[in-house]
Design a protein around this ligand. Structure first.
Ligand code: SAJ
Length: 400
């Protein structure tokens, strides 16, 4: 089995390394020359625990190498990004380009798997694309969709142990893809068709977005009612059939804050709850920024001077260095626009940043009059509550 992995990003690269670690010959293909060179040196270009060791080993043993030009193989894995355009329409052009670039290489009996998050119907469309250019392959190649479900930070474990949903364009494709995933997945493999598998991925992430929106809505109600939302949720969750997630300063990252749009853009009439939840989670970040600005004004009125403000956290979630689609970053930028001075910005997972001048978290906490907690990084939980400061805790550092 020779695997051609199209895309060496956050998911493609660890997947390629994992497959190579299982003894398969893997060729990683990426359009970024720097990534290709770095992989061939045995280096790791994304932050993920355990990955550098694994990559070093499989590159040294010759099981993994990278190139910019796809080549012939037995299995083609499409693991490229599917971002959205300005109007929240999904953009599948990377998937399409990756598939176009391998069409001429495909042979009878090959297996083509799309893992990229995709709008419903993409796999069938890609099948038509392949067969339009290569009518000889009609019914002769296996094509399936199998979404990734791994959580950044726990990626290598989840790649191996999470259950997978596998949907082919026909029964034979599903079966062939099942055999492939058996080679490295220890979780259960669940068979379905391509459309259901595509929808399943979008459903998982939309479900989380909707549930977080509920928690965020509660936080807005509690703020007005003068109730501690953290205590409220803890108590409500004592009910055997209630399991509310945690509110925060918004929802970020490149998955939960993106994938629901794949449904709302295609099914605008039917997906009202999903659309409203997306809106609410975006609104929560705006609301936090307004709250911070108002708190600064109130402080100024009361003390006749501007406060020193500490903004604690920039990442899109706790204990990572990833700022993509981060509500904390958005809020910080909003506050910077109106209060460019007297701001201490903290992100313990990043050493230096081109836009933000970063301060150590302990020093910032000590110096600030107003402290805003945006991300529940573990470092912040070691700080002691200080009565003398105005504290805006949007992520539950001091739940009590
Ligand atoms: N968040 C809350 N409250 C919570 C949980 C999360 O506000 O109770 C926020 C986080 O702070 C963050 C955002 O939601 O801003 C997303 O974080 P996350 O940990 O929920 O998810 P991701 O984006 O890191 O990974 C998700 C996962 N999907 C699900 O849990 C359904 C992961 O399994 C997927 O593989 C990944 O998306 C993906 O690649 O699609």
């Amino acid at each position: 089995n020779k695997v051609i992995c199209m895309g060496l990003g956050y998911i493609g690269f660890p997947t390629a390394a994992m497959l190579a670690g299982k003894g398969l010959t893997v060729v990683g293909v990426d359009i970024n020359e720097r990534v290709v060179e770095s992989v061939n040196r045995g280096e790791t270009h994304i932050v993920e625990p355990g990955l550098p060791e694994m990559v070093g080993q499989v590159v040294r043993s010759g099981h993994l190498r990278a190139t910019m030009q796809p080549e012939e193989g037995d299995v083609y894995l499409i693991v490229v990004p599917t971002p959205f355009r300005g109007n929240h329409e999904p953009d599948i052009s990377y998937v399409e380009t990756a598939i176009r670039s391998v069409i001429a290489l495909l042979k009878k009996g090959n297996l083509l798997i799309i893992e990229s998050t995709s709008p419903v119907g993409t796999t069938d469309k890609m099948k038509q694309l392949v067969c339009a250019e290569r009518p000889d392959l009609e019914g002769a190649v296996y094509i399936a969709y199998c979404p990734e479900r791994v959580l950044p930070g726990n990626l290598l474990y989840e790649l191996e142990y999470n259950d997978r949903v596998i949907g082919g364009i026909d029964e034979a494709s599903t079966q062939k893809a099942m055999e492939f995933y058996t080679l490295f997945v220890k979780g259960n493999l669940h068979k379905t068709n391509a459309k259901t598998a595509e929808m399943c991925k979008l459903t998982e992430n939309s479900s989380r977005d909707v549930q977080i929106a509920f928690a965020n809505e509660l936080s807005l109600i509690c703020d007005k009612a003068g109730i501690n939302v953290w205590e409220l949720i803890e108590l409500a969750n004592k009910h055997p059939r209630v399991n509310i997630l945690q509110p925060g300063c918004g929802v970020g990252g490149h998955c939960i804050a993106v994938d629901p749009y794949f449904l709302t853009s295609e099914f605008p009439v039917e997906s009202q709850l999903i659309a409203k939840s997306r809106e609410l989670n975006n609104y929560k970040a705006f609301w936090c920024a307004e709250k911070i600005k108002n708190t600064i004004l109130e402080y100024e009125m009361k003390h006749s001077r501007k406060p020193v403000v500490a903004i604690m956290g920039l990442a899109f979630k706790p204990n990572i260095d990833d700022l993509r689609e981060s509500p904390a970053k958005y809020i910080t930028q909003k506050v910077m626009q109106s209060e460019p001075k007297n701001l201490l910005i903290v992100e313990p997972n990043i050493r230096e940043h081109p836009i933000f001048k970063l301060t150590d978290y302990q020093a910032a906490y000590e110096r600030a009059d107003v402290v805003v907690f945006l991300v529940a990084h573990k470092e912040f939980k070691t700080l002691a509550w200080n009565e003398e400061k105005v504290i805006l805790d949007f992520c539950g550092i001091f739940k009590k």
